[in-house]
Design a binder for this molecule. Structure first.
Ligand SMILES: [Zn+2]
Ligand SMILES: [Zn+2]
Length: 250
């Protein structure tokens, strides 16, 4: 069994009817899917999906791109949602300096507030980090909480080693199938600190470039790990599934 640790089934185009995507995932032995959120509405939707489908687990939180738009009492809502038994993590949270949808100050404030909240409940975190390594690290150090996943990893090897040393796990998307830089980082990391994810509907792996990415494709990321590490696919399956199950307690 494989776990897609990051798929936005609470967004278009999945939101209309998620069933065919879940069926195709199951055919590829993808039997658990974590659905992260980007704002209050998608958090609600993620919980709804997790209540309806056994294979779906929910993460709630405000994505950095949406931090400026977050309502004043957003944290009260996230706190309320996190009481739901299907909510297994806070995310995705973090900093995104690649896109300027939200100012840096509001991104940092909302990231830190959610990080502190996750720490207070000892819930794992799902970190989104684009071009913001040093500020992400600074805030995580300030809060002193490193229990979670660096999702859609796009930083360099040094940062990966540093963040793993502090206790985080790292996951890659379909990017490993088409980026030499990502493959080089992966090849230097221990498999027992890695997970797999699609970030559906984005980041479709080879051979599905240009298509809507969906959870069944997560197998392509596992295949790429198996090629990079020179181990059987079953080994990647076993290790990455165990990592996700232990981190998220699913
Ligand atoms: Zn992200
Ligand atoms: Zn995402």
């Amino acid at each position: 069994m494989f776990i897609d640790t990051h798929a936005h089934l609470n967004l278009e185009p999945f939101i209309e009817n998620v069933v065919p995507f879940l069926e195709r995932a199951k055919k590829n032995k993808v039997c658990k899917i974590i659905v992260p959120s980007i704002d209050v509405i998608s958090s609600e939707k993620s919980i709804e999906l997790s209540e309806e489908y056994n294979e779906i687990y929910s993460a709630v939180g405000i994505h950095p791109n949406y931090s400026e738009k977050a309502e004043k009492k957003y944290l009260e809502k996230i706190e309320h949602y996190s009481k739901n038994e299907n909510v297994i993590a806070i995310g995705e949270i973090g900093l995104d300096y690649y896109r300027d949808y939200s100012g840096k100050e509001s991104q940092k404030r909302i990231f830190q507030e959610q990080l502190e909240f996750a720490k207070s409940l000892e819930l794992p975190i799902i970190i989104h980090n684009r071009d913001a390594d040093s500020d992400v690290l600074e805030i995580m150090e300030k809060v002193d909480y490193f229990n979670g996943q660096m999702h859609c990893f796009s930083s360099d090897l040094k940062f990966a080693e540093n963040i793993i040393e502090k206790g985080m796990l790292v996951s890659f998307t379909g990017v490993v199938t088409f980026s030499k830089k990502a493959r080089e980082v992966v090849s230097n990391l221990p498999l027992d600190k890695l997970m797999i994810e699609t970030d559906s509907p984005f980041m479709a792996p080879i051979p599905f470039r240009g298509k809507t990415c969906e959870p069944s494709f997560v197998i392509e990321i596992a295949k790429k790990y198996s090629e990079i590490f020179g181990v059987k696919l079953e080994v990647v399956e076993k290790v990455t599934t165990k990592n996700a199950e232990e981190l998220f307690k699913i």
